[in-house]
Design a binder for this molecule. Structure first.
Ligand SMILES: [Zn+2]
Length: 189
C-alpha cells in the first residue's frame, strides 16, 4: 500500500513551501516573541534564507517541513509511490542544500538551529520543544534534535541522545543511476 499525493495535495504542498508564514513557523515566532525575543523573518540575504534571524544571539532558525527536507524515520515523511525516483532525488537535493546552508552560515559565525515541523505539531511536543529552544538561544544551551536528519547528525559536534531514531539516509543524488531531466529537476517555486 503506497502513499500517494494527489495533484491537488501536491499543489497545496508546494504552495505551503512557498509561503513564508506557514503555521508551524508562526507558532515558533509567537512563542519566542512572548518570551521577549526579537527577530527578523525570512532573511534572503543569508545562506538558505533562514526563517528567523536573532541577530543579538547570532542565531538563525529554520522550521523544516518533514516531507520537503527529508525527515528520516518520521511518520510525516513518505515518498509518493508515483515518480518515487524523482521525489527521492528532489528531496536529496533539498537536504544537500540545507547542509550547504548550514556550513555557510556557520562559517559566517551564525549558530544554526533546525526544527522539524513534527516537533511542534502537537501541544505536548510544543511544550517540550519551545522552552528548550528558548534556552538554546538565550543561554546557548545545546539543542538536541529528537530525531535528527542524517545531515545534522553527521554535522553535529555534540553527541546525539541515546534514544534518537536510527537514520535511514536517502541515497545521494550521484548514487542514483537514473538521471533526472533538468526540466523535471526544476524548483517548484
Ligand atoms: Zn518529522
Amino acid at each position: 500500500m503506497g502513499f500517494e499525493l494527489t495533484s491537488e495535495e501536491r499543489r497545496r504542498n508546494m504552495a505551503a513551501i512557498r509561503s513564508r508564514d506557514t503555521k508551524p513557523e508562526m507558532i515558533v515566532r509567537r512563542y519566542l516573541f512572548s518570551r521577549g525575543l526579537r527577530y527578523r523573518v525570512s532573511n534572503r540575504k543569508l545562506p538558505g534564507s533562514p526563517d528567523l534571524v536573532l541577530k543579538k544571539y547570532k542565531t538563525v532558525i529554520f522550521i523544516d517541513g518533514c516531507f520537503w527536507h527529508g525527515h528520516a524515520g518520521c511518520t510525516h515523511f513518505h515518498l509518493p509511490a508515483t515518480n518515487e525516483k524523482f521525489w527521492r532525488h528532489k528531496i536529496a537535493m533539498n537536504m544537500a542544500r540545507d547542509y550547504a546552508a548550514n556550513i555557510d552560515l556557520e562559517l559566517l559565525g551564525w549558530r544554526v538551529i533546525r526544527i522539524w515541523e513534527c516537533e511542534i505539531k502537537t501541544k505536548a511536543s510544543r511544550e517540550i520543544l519551545l522552552p528548550r529552544l528558548y534556552e538554546a538561544i538565550v543561554n546557548a544551551a545545546p539543542f538536541p534534535q529528537s530525531s535528527p536528519s542524517a545531515l545534522l547528525a553527521a554535522k553535529s559536534s555534540s553527541p546525539q541522545p541515546e534514544n534518537s531514531t536510527p537514520i535511514k539516509a536517502l541515497p545521494k543524488p550521484y548514487e542514483d543511476p537514473d538521471i533526472i531531466p533538468p526540466s523535471l529537476a526544476a524548483e517548484p517555486q
